[in-house]
Design a protein around this ligand. Structure first.
Ligand code: UDX
Ligand code: ADP
Length: 458
């Protein structure tokens, strides 16, 4: 087969998998291969049970897999034949040494760069897809330039803005695609190659080009701004609870201002996900590195506010339930960090469950997708927690329901039936403000939402 381009993606995770699937689906003239060191993950990508849950992903994979989309563990062969290599390996926050707790751990990225260098026999375009600290491309360029084969590698930055749960739509109809390249003739030629890929389905005016550093910094900044909005509305939720205002009404009122806009103003138990905290801490690290302590502290408060919100939520559970939840069965509705994903990275539900365990409560976790991940996250306390996919099972004999994830499914349950099987008084703590609180109160529940008055007879 005479492929127009051979594209490789190293890293078959939440970013690499869906992104490459959509590229392959939209560009049948390219061969797209996704490789990973994790053989189980690759086997799952080649099976009917994909390794990640993402609405619409299955159909996209089914259309392209075996045609021009391939999942493999043969990283060497993938590198050898590719013209363009996307790097989408994990870059978790460092847990050790200099910058621990803030900087990104770039060991997987560096290993990948060395791997590309070892196997390549001809020039390649290498595209950073993972979220990375600013100037990572420079470090990668240095590693790749340290070859005596005389091969030129051109490094580009093309950060991914997809959100989990809506990844396929975000990829198919992106607000923008951002590509950063160097201003050299080689950089501009490589840039055109990557523009050509997206131009297959993205309108040209949505493909933005910048220098490499602006592209890297834009990704961190976009996530910092989004997280800041959530922390801001969550800070307001605390004021609402104290004053009798209603955070949903306040969010609606301010969102009507076209300068503010209505999106991303939903008060909650706190934000989670693999990106927000990591990216802000990266930004904080960068600010400190460049001796900008005030800017560092400013951004760090977005994360601190989020931590506070999560613990504040569990504290309200405790005080509302007469300061004693020891020995009480508490159904936790949702463990994923948001709806429509099985991902639990940085999920607020984990903080809530650990806080409940500290109080010797008996949490029962129910989630339609995230039970396997929840079991991993709670591996050290498995004997103290129950898990079930059936919410009706989780509430039997429970004193309270704590909603941590906004699954549509939770809105459609029979709450009369649930109430009947619970201990009384039956409490609901709606950490996502998704239920009809008035109706729940009429059934008999004691209801505590976020950022507005609850309903109580006590
Ligand atoms: C985010 C960015 O949106 C995406 O552009 C980037 O590529 C990766 O990081 P993601 O983490 O998948 O995506 O989900 P997102 O929808 O941004 O939600 C993050 C967290 O914030 C979730 O826990 C969500 O529940 C919470 N959130 C979001 C709120 O609590 N309130 C809101 O109004 C919006
Ligand atoms: P993200 O959310 O950024 O996609 P994930 O953790 O879901 O992050 O995916 C990253 C993937 O990268 C994992 O499947 C991991 O096994 C893979 N990976 C890490 N290091 C390497 C490497 N050196 N070569 C190939 N794959 C790697």
């Amino acid at each position: 087969m005479n492929w127009e381009k051979k594209i490789l993606c190293i890293g078959a995770g939440y970013v690499g998998g869906p992104t490459m699937s959509v590229i392959a689906d939209r560009c049948p003239q390219y061969k797209v291969t996704v490789v990973d060191i994790n053989a189980d993950r690759i086997a799952a990508w080649n099976s009917a049970q994909l390794p990640i849950y993402e609405p619409g992903l299955e159909q996209v994979v089914e259309r392209a897999r075996g045609r021009n989309l391939f999942f493999s563990t043969d990283i060497d062969a993938g590198i050898a034949e590719a013209n363009i290599i996307f790097v989408s390996v994990n870059t978790p926050t460092k847990t050790f040494g200099h910058g621990a707790g803030y900087a990104s751990d770039l060991q997987y990225l560096e290993k990948t760069a060395r791997h590309i260098l070892a196997v390549s026999e001809e020039p390649k375009i290498v595209v950073e897809k993972s979220t990375l600290p600013v100037r990572t491309a420079e470090a990668m360029q240095r590693i790749l330039d340290s070859n005596d084969k005389g091969i030129h590698f051109e490094i580009l930055s093309n950060p991914e803005f997809l959100a989990e749960g809506t990844a396929i739509n975000d990829l198919e109809n992106p607000d923008r695609v951002l590509i950063g390249a160097s201003e050299t003739p080689e950089g501009q030629a490589a840039l055109q190659e990557v523009i050509d890929i997206y131009a297959n389905w993205v309108p040209r005016d949505r493909i933005l080009t910048t220098n490499v550093w602006s592209s890297e910094l834009s990704k961190l900044t976009a996530n910092a701004f989004l997280a800041q909005r959530v922390s801001s509305i969550n800070a307001v939720s605390a004021i609402c609870e104290a004053t009798g205002a209603n955070v949903d009404e306040v969010a609606f009122a301010i969102g009507q201002d076209s300068r503010i806009g209505p999106k991303f103003l939903k008060a909650s138990v706190g934000f989670g996900g693999s990106c927000f905290k990591k990216d802000i801490l990266n930004l904080v690290y960068l600010c400190r590195h460049f001796n900008l302590p005030e800017a560092a502290e400013y951004w760090e408060w977005v994360v601190r506010m989020n931590e506070w919100q999560k613990h504040r939520f569990t504290k309200r559970i405790l005080t509302t339930m007469f300061n004693s939840i020891a020995g009480k069965r508490i159904a936790v509705f949702g463990f994923a960090f948001k709806a429509d994903t099985g991902d639990t990275r940085e999920t607020p539900a984990l903080t809530v469950v650990r806080d409940l365990l500290d109080e010797h409560a008996l949490p029962v976790i129910t989630d339609p997708q995230a039970i396997p991940e929840a079991k991993n996250d709670l591996a050290d306390v498995l004997d103290l927690v129950e898990f079930t996919e059936d919410p009706y099972e989780s509430v039997k004999g429970a004193h309270a329901i704590v909603i941590c994830t906004e699954w549509q499914h939770f809105k459609e349950l029979d709450y009369q039936k649930i109430y009947d099987s619970m201990e009384k008084p039956a409490f609901i703590f709606d950490g996502r403000n998704i239920l009809d609180h008035q109706k729940l109160y009429e059934i008999g529940f004691e209801v505590t939402p976020v950022g507005k008055a609850g309903y109580s007879r006590l």
